[in-house]
Design a protein around this ligand. Sequence first.
Ligand code: CIR
Length: 256
Amino acid sequence: MKKISHIITRTPAKSLINGLTSVNLGKPDYQRALEQHNKYIQALQQCDVDITILPPDERFPDSVFVEDPVLCTPHCAIITRPGVKSRRDETKIITDTIERFYPNKIERITAPGTVEAGDIMMVGDHYYIGLSARTNQAGADQTIEILEKYGLCGSVIKLEKVLHLKTGLAYLENNNLLAAGEFIKKPEIQHLNIIEIPEQESYAANCIWVNGKVIMPAGYPTTKNKIIALGYHVIEVDTSEYRKVDGGVSCMSLRF
Ligand code: CIR
């Protein structure tokens, strides 16, 4: 990736406290979540990007996780079809914004396909698509067909345990890939330089590369040291309230 120019985020709604979750960490504290979101934006502001901040939408508890309803590539944007009903119409409240950035270059996933872009990881021109509880084979097939139309390509990786592909993987450019748990041994990614994230820090496998800097969750010293050792400038942000609803640093932005 040469440069990320644009970032889109959305202010969390108060309904975030009712966001979907698979972990037993209690409900997010809205005020803290809001403060953490502000700090997340401040971190992004250090990365030489322009930032669009969309307004909160109370109808969608998980709508702060803008990564899922759209896949932004350098050549087109794909409006996805989230695999869970409560999130499906999040695509409708973001499409106008995406149209401004991608005039006449918008594609769509259609039924019976389902895709959440948290399941899609870009490595150069190649897109790895996680087959998960949220992204199905039909959705992955449609995604690959669209990517190929734009000179890009894709392939699938089957998930076993985690929610999204990028829950356990983060590509930091320059061949470097953070991997946790079920992903460490996946044959599809062994050609990359895999940095193993220890089990007790698996949440920190969800990081983002933004123009040479790596934004990661605060409180994971082993992972932090491994990323610094690779030569990156690390910015830590506290995402404790988002972790309670299965969210991390990648989920809260679209980067293109
Ligand atoms: C959900 O279950 O959909 C949200 N609570 C969390 C979404 C996290 N998004 C991501 O990993 N891209």
